[in-house]
Structures are given as structure tokens and as C-alpha cells.
Design a protein around this ligand. Structure first.
Ligand code: ZN
Ligand code: ZN
Length: 112
């Protein structure tokens, strides 16, 4: 199982304006998060929609929140709710609106 190629990572970062999609940082190191983890959902490991640009801090925050490495896109939505509820982080709500339909679409891909 392979993750995103360097070219795919560049494509995802460009799509995401090369900034963290949660906190908007364009200074901290940006990483590509798999909404559906590579290890549990290998079919989605190279699907561009399954990748999301996060800074290293927000990325680590999610994986601390959901540390088992088997995370799904639904776990990410729960994390965004938590970010909004505990910090009134309005970006989290905005990101959830964007990501929720993508999670549904990826779930659909897993069924076919
Ligand atoms: Zn961030
Ligand atoms: Zn990740």
C-alpha cells in the first residue's frame, strides 16, 4: 500500500491554497492528512479527495484526538465538532461543511 505520490501531494496542497485547512497557517509545515486512514482504507490511499492539507500542529491534534490509526472521515468530522464546541473555532465549522459531502462520497466509493 502506497500513500500519495509527491506529485499528488503538490496537487492537493495547491488545491488547498497551500495552507492548513483548519487554522489557515501557511507558515507551519504543511502535511497531507488522509481522511480515511491508509492502513484501514487502502482503496482510498491514492484518492485525491481523501487528502487534506493540515499544518503539523493541527494534524498532530487530530491524531492525538483519534490515536488508533484506523481513523475514518467520520472521525475527522467528530474532531471538527469538538474543535468548534471546545474552542468556538469557526473555521472548524466551515471546514465541516466542506468535508461532510466529501466523506459521504468517499464512503460511497468504498461500497462500489
Ligand atoms: Zn493548522
Ligand atoms: Zn493524518
Amino acid at each position: 500500500m502506497r500513500g500519495f505520490s509527491d506529485e499528488q501531494k503538490r496537487t492537493i496542497k495547491k488545491r488547498d491554497n497551500d495552507c492548513c485547512q483548519l487554522c489557515s497557517s501557511s507558515k507551519r509545515q504543511r502535511q497531507i492528512h488522509h481522511l480515511f486512514s491508509q492502513s484501514s482504507y487502502p482503496l482510498l490511499a491514492n484518492v485525491l479527495l481523501n487528502g487534506l492539507t493540515l499544518c503539523e500542529i493541527c494534524h498532530a491534534k487530530f491524531h492525538d484526538f483519534c490515536p488508533n490509526g484506523t481513523n475514518s472521515g467520520d472521525d475527522f468530522l467528530i474532531f471538527l465538532d469538538d474543535q468548534f464546541n471546545s474552542h468556538r473555532f469557526t473555521n472548524a465549522r466551515r471546514l465541516k461543511k466542506r468535508i461532510a459531502p466529501i466523506v459521504r462520497e468517499l464512503r460511497f466509493l468504498l461500497l462500489i
